[in-house]
Design a protein around this ligand. Sequence first.
Ligand code: GLY
Ligand code: MN
Length: 519
Amino acid sequence: MSSQSTATDTDTDSTQSLEERSTNRSQRPSSARFREFITSGWADRPAGDATPCPAAPFTEARRSALSALFPGDRLVVPAGPLKTRSNDTDYRFRPHSAFAHLTGLGTDQEPDAVLVLHPVTGEDGTHGHESVLYVRPLADRDTEEFYADSRYGEFWVGARPSLDDVTTITGIRAAHVDDLPDALAKDAGAGGITLRVVPGADPATEILVESLRALGGAQVVVDAAAEGTVDVDAELAEALSELRLVKDAHEIEQMRLAVDATLDGFADVVRALPRASEHRRGERVVETTFDAHARLEGNTVGYETIAAAGEHATTLHWIRNDGPVRPGQLLLLDAGVEIESLYTADVTRTLPVDGTYTDPQRRVYQAVLDAADAAFAAAVPGARFGDVHDAAMRVIAERLADWGLLPGTAEESLSPEGQFHRRWMVHGTSHHLGLDVHDCALARREMYLDALLVPGMVFTIEPGLYFKSDDMTVPEELRGIGVRIEDDVLVTADGNENLSAALPRRPEDVEAWMAGLLG
Ligand code: GLY
Ligand code: MN
């Protein structure tokens, strides 16, 4: 990576402040003649390159749904800032998922942008909102930012969209981010508009909102029933999370694309298994094969790839991925491609490294598969989200009882006081999936775990069994075996659709698929 620089360069004074020292390694000239030279002689930028994003009609409907929940309030949804990785280098940018959901912007768009829904009242007295997207537009070539700003400058990180581009892409009126403070302050004084900001997305915007609140007095909504107060920002975060519980047609299409890209990545990994078996850190071969595919075909991975061979498969979120991959072992691969629109899949298969399950591995695998099938049967409209987990747990408890592992019957284990079977599967069976791998996580319990399933919901079904190698309560032949099978499910009008069904699940199908790929 080349060195970064800021505006001043040649100061060698030993009294420099610590901030100034970041310029010590820069050799960039700073004369007026140089500045004039570097900022001139560029062709006009091509006009009209931007095209509307296909999500735009859908994001408008999403913003309308949000608007209806908060009449009269000003809603502030930041994309978030660049985040420092080390010293003065940043992570690749990913906008906050609520921002992506409401604007349709994906990939690395757009650091420091803030979507604001300004309250408006129609002539007939009806409440609504006007959306404005505050962005840092592309700087002109005659600015210092153009060539000297290592965080935002076109020379350093490439061109950003102009304000007109942003409006064309999103269908939302764009304004300069410098206008944000005045725009938020309007009518926000004492007794004025309630400001709500998504918490945790952007510290600078939160500080700005807090300062405006301090001017206007505390803004809290009194919850009469509880005779307490409710955090207005938490209410916004909750609403934004719940807005994503049922996917619209565009989101479902994006989920299909993310799943399809993910399944191709699993095939790439199978083809790489001989190489993984030969490498001292075969799990890294698996991880990098999948992650390379994710970068090539999508934005990146939706979460850190879990590439767990042998005993490592019993660690639920094994992302160190530094172990070997040996014939005779199982490889648990839990991975998802996040596509450019930022929707991600989340799929797990547990594969025999040498292409054939041993008998004990097959026995555990079949139990998990049976649990998954039971969960699929329960994942239908009108059932509760929690029923899906309960169906899987019944099968898991029954199998473990059959194998004599439970201190009692399956029924005793399934009772709230028992739950012994959870020793071998401490995680849940399902989570919503979408822009976040654990989507809709701030939804209320009655909207999530206790909610009735409706068409358009997308979630995982991912039972597992994990027998650690030092677990003396299980027979020796099962120790060190970890199995998870995870699919992505769309609830439909008459049942469900397994979006990841093209990836084999039954042990004999997995073996045949692997044999075909390995030749
Ligand atoms: N795939 C990782 C998880 O669901 O936690
Ligand atoms: Mn998952």
